[in-house]
Design a protein around this ligand. Structure first.
Ligand code: NDP
Length: 341
């Protein structure tokens, strides 16, 4: 039987917030990891983070996941794939060119590359709650989201939509394209998709400038750096910790029952008011920068979220909001000091 050390796993977008934790998780569990990054500099940055694993970590440069044949070289000799690379930004110039097309094409490119390599047994794709959420229903208090839900946005609407809606649609179209590929092509490997909502937790990737934080870390940082005078309105009231998300990818790769399944990975609901209270209680040094709610402001009722399948099939247990936000804030304060130097 092959052990983790016998297997080399390709992790795409290895320089990203989520991928850094996935790389860590696979290395800690003994696998060899090949990360795809866009440049040699990016490879050097990731190599620095994981210097103690230099004998089991290598890189392939993939400048643009959407180019035909993008992963042809990167998949050579690989046993499994975790595909995380996808644009996650809400402000772009062109929704189709910058969000929809790279997400969809990148997903199809990785699956086509896997199809040509008989050693590959499973592909795990980082999808998102964005691929599940029906934005037209708003906070939909009477609904409980599960793996059965799909974002119903049309491609035509998404092309002309705001950045948030177009990003959500990009994830839905990419994940749908993956399941369609599996149905039509019936490849030799199995697929699992991981759908987390807002992901918080320690920022461990290389960040040169606080204005270039990944989107979900920036979501917490805006509540810490004095840029918000009031608690903002909640967009997506469900969350997961990045370490749980990384663990879910590992389990979805290892567990037989995860074969050809979709998983909603979430700790549960939350709101920014709770985040602000956790920040004030644990970090007195920034308490004057953390925004307050307007007097008498009531939290609206919101949809519920179910992580039952992730618990039952993957054996997942989830972190608390308090511990996740504390660790997020600690890492951001440390990072702030480092980049100021
Ligand atoms: P990051 O922006 O930190 O990471 C995105 C990664 O994808 C980066 O490595 C980036 O490379 C790479 N990438 C993006 N576009 C391209 C492209 N065209 N060609 C090559 N590489 C590309 O975001 P996250 O870590 O937060 O997101 C990772 C995944 O998790 C995404 O699929 C996202 O949709 C999903 N997700 C994230 C959530 C969150 O709250 N963070 C929630 C749910 C899902 P580079 O660094 O060089 O730009």
């Amino acid at each position: 039987m092959s052990t983790p050390r016998d297997q080399e796993i390709l992790i795409t977008g290895a320089s990203g917030f989520v991928a850094t934790h996935i790389v860590k998780s696979f290395l800690e569990h003994g696998y060899r990891v090949r990360g795809t990054v866009r440049s040699e500099q990016s490879a050097a940055n990731v190599r620095d983070i994981f210097s103690q694993y230099s004998d089991r970590l290598s890189f392939a440069i993939v400048k643009d996941i959407a180019q035909p044949g993008a992963f042809e070289e990167a998949v050579k000799g690989i046993d499994g794939i975790i595909h995380t690379a996808s644009p996650f930004q809400f402000v772009v110039e062109d929704q189709e060119k910058d969000l929809l097309q790279p997400a969809i094409r990148g997903t199809l490119e990785i699956l086509r590359a896997a199809q040509a390599r008989s050693r590959i047994t499973r592909v795990v794709i980082t999808s998102s709650f964005a691929a599940m959420a029906n934005l037209h229903q708003g906070l939909w208090p009477e609904h409980t989201y599960t793996e059965a839900d799909w974002n119903p946005e049309t491609y035509e609407n998404a092309r002309a939509a705001d950045g948030v809606s177009a990003y959500c649609a990009s994830k839905a179209f990419a994940e749908k394209a993956a399941w369609d590929f599996m149905e039509k092509e019936k490849p030799h490997f199995s697929l699992a998709t991981i759908c987390p909502p807002m992901i918080y937790g320690p920022v461990e990737q290389c960040v040169q400038d606080m204005s270039k934080l990944n989107t979900s870390a920036a979501d917490i940082y805006q509540l810490m750096n004095g840029s918000m005078t009031e608690v903002p309105v909640m967009g997506f009231p469900a969350w997961a910790d990045v370490r749980d998300v990384a663990d879910a990818h590992l389990r979805a790769f290892q567990i037989n029952e995860a074969m050809n399944e979709r998983f909603f990975i979430t700790s549960g609901n939350y709101n920014y008011q709770q985040v602000c209270e956790i920040l004030r209680a644990n970090f007195p040094q920034i308490k004057d920068k953390v925004p307050h709610s307007q007097i008498g402001q009531i939290q609206p009722a919101v949809y519920k979220v179910s992580n039952q399948k992730a618990q039952a099939v993957l054996g997942m247990r989830f972190r608390s909001l308090e511990s996740s936000i504390k660790d997020t804030a600690e890492s951001l304060l440390k990072l702030e000091k480092k980049v100021e130097k």
